[in-house]
Design a protein around this ligand. Structure first.
Ligand SMILES: Cc1cc2nc3c(=O)[nH]c(=O)nc-3n(C[C@H](O)[C@H](O)[C@H](O)COP(=O)(O)OP(=O)(O)OC[C@H]3O[C@@H](n4cnc5c(N)ncnc54)[C@H](O)[C@@H]3O)c2cc1C
Length: 380
């Protein structure tokens, strides 16, 4: 354990890999010794519907990576609705609204690209604790201790690194449940839906139904997201609400394997770093409104890499400027607006309000979405 790495990244999901790839892109001649520690082995399972918006594709394209290399479905139409009324999002040139991937394939692909660029990933090492000292940060794992000048916590919603940075690991966490099903005949395989029928049942979220390409076949990925952005007494159990909604579409939930996982969302007031330790992706928080985290995780990588390079240039590892850097970034702006919108929108919990919003103001949701939610990373 004599060696001190320049940077240790904990976790090789999109946020950790993107941080490493951006460091490699911005500072190829800087000679920074970067190591990623990953508790699983790629390709590893990750519960996720795999929807990647244009911003994620744009971040990857700037890294010289083409998302189309990964098996995917192009979603040409996305329906945001309540009782069948609402907003239809689509481009008239058939450009996809978003793409869906399977995370085992996507993350393994991204990890292979990082390895091709000389980034070292050590798999099946689980980080147990991180401690920050004056001259280095100590990373305690199940296979011994490591030291680094900077540690990046990219270890997801249940982040171990986060516990070193902030004392309140349970706040601002939503939950998502998901199943994979064979499609019913009538379904259009390029259509995705977001159904807000669950809001009056006390859920600050929606039920989704996305296409998913699995071993060459297009399946359906159903799930429910509850951001918990607005706390409710007497909220209906998520499983039951999902079961009821799926039944309406001819699916019996008990026939499928249901899995759940937390999604941490971005709260601007939270602490994103302490000296020598910074957080990215789910470890810090992603989108509260819809639970979108893959593209934001990729975007975090770019900002974190800039903050780390700045720290090495100035020989100042306090990371006191990281919070402001995030807030001033286009990604940070989109995330805090989504947190604000989630806290506001999910307050309109009655069926009457939801009907009014989606029947009369679906168009407004579209305009607000385009103006404040998406578009934080452009292709060029
Ligand atoms: C059911 C569900 C559906 C979702 N659907 C979508 C969607 O359609 N679109 C979208 O954009 N987002 C979606 N999300 C959110 C998205 O999955 C996350 O926001 C995204 O994965 C965050 O990436 P990350 O790299 O920060 O963390 P993760 O992808 O969680 O990666 C963390 C990595 O760290 C590793 N790790 C964890 N702990 C340790 C440790 N102690 N030591 C070493 N390694 C460790 C893990 O093995 C993992 O590889 C969904 C989430 C859920 C739960």
């Amino acid at each position: 354990m004599d060696k001190i790495y320049d940077i240790i990244i904990v976790g090789s999901g999109p946020s950790g890999l993107s941080t490493a790839l951006h460091l490699n892109r911005f500072a190829p001649g800087f000679g920074l010794d970067t190591l990623i520690l990953e508790k699983s082995r790629h390709p590893r399972a990750k519960l996720c519907a795999g929807g990647i918006l244009a911003e994620g594709g744009a971040v990857l394209a700037k890294l010289g990576l083409d998302l189309k290399e990964v098996p995917h479905v192009d979603v040409e139409k996305a329906l945001f609705n309540y009782e069948g009324r609402g907003l239809v999002a689509r481009f008239f040139n058939k450009k996809p609204i978003f793409r869906t991937v399977r995370r085992n394939e996507f993350d393994a692909w991204l990890a292979s690209k990082a390895k091709e660029r000389g980034i070292e990933i050590r798999e099946e090492i689980s980080v147990k604790k991180v401690e920050s000292f004056e001259d280095y940060a100590l990373v305690k794992t199940d296979q011994g201790d490591f030291r680094a000048t900077v540690v990046v916590g990219a270890d997801g919603s249940n982040s171990v690194v986060r516990r070193t940075v902030e004392q309140n690991p349970r706040s601002h966490v939503g939950r998502a449940l998901e199943i994979i099903a064979s499609p019913k005949n009538e379904e259009n395989e390029r259509v995705a839906s977001f159904d807000f029928l669950v809001v009056p049942k006390g859920i600050s979220g929606y039920v989704w139904d996305f296409p998913a390409k699995i071993e060459g076949k297009t399946m359906r990925c159903w799930g429910i997201y509850d951001s918990n952005a607005v706390k409710r007494e007497g909220r209906a159990p998520l499983r039951q609400v999902l079961a009821d909604e799926m039944k309406e579409h001819g699916y019996l939930l008990e026939n499928y394997e249901l899995k759940g996982h937390p999604i941490r969302w971005y709260e601007p007031a939270n602490t994103p770093a302490i000296p020598r330790v910074i957080l990215v992706g789910d470890a810090l928080g992603v989108d509260a409104l819809l639970g979108e985290g893959i593209s934001p995780a990729l975007g975090y990588g770019k900002i974190a890499a800039q903050a780390i390079l700045h720290a090495f240039e100035k020989n100042d590892f306090s990371f006191t400027g990281y919070k402001g850097m995030l807030l001033r970034s286009r990604l940070g702006g989109a995330l805090w607006r989504r947190t604000f919108m989630a806290k506001l929108f999910y307050r309109f919990k009655s069926a009457r309000w939801q009907r009014i919003i989606w029947r009369r103001f679906g168009w407004l949701a579209g305009i607000l979405g385009m103006a404040f939610v998406v578009g934080w990373e452009k292709k060029k």
